[in-house]
Design a protein around this ligand. Structure first.
Ligand SMILES: [Zn+2]
Length: 75
């Protein structure tokens, strides 16, 4: 798809790092599959993947961890 930020390039499959903050908890996911714009670097993460990230974030919040960095593993 065409990048909606810069409108200059088409996005390409790649990976990105997603940071989520919830209730004072910081969660960093590395290696998240995404469509990445080669021009401006904007990344687009699928809704399905976002759902998985949010579910993992909720589990981390419940576990009482303050900061967590993990590699994304597709379910
Ligand atoms: Zn772009």
């Amino acid at each position: 798809m065409k990048c909606v930020i810069c409108r200059q390039a088409k996005t390409q499959p790649g990976t990105t790092t997603v940071t989520l903050e919830r209730n004072g908890v910081t969660l960093v996911f590395k290696g998240v599959p995404a469509q990445v714009c080669p021009n401006c670097g904007e990344d687009y993460v699928d809704e399905e993947v976002t759902d998985q990230l949010l579910k993992a974030a909720e589990q981390t919040v419940r576990s009482g961890t303050q900061v967590e960095i993990r590699r994304f593993v597709a379910v």
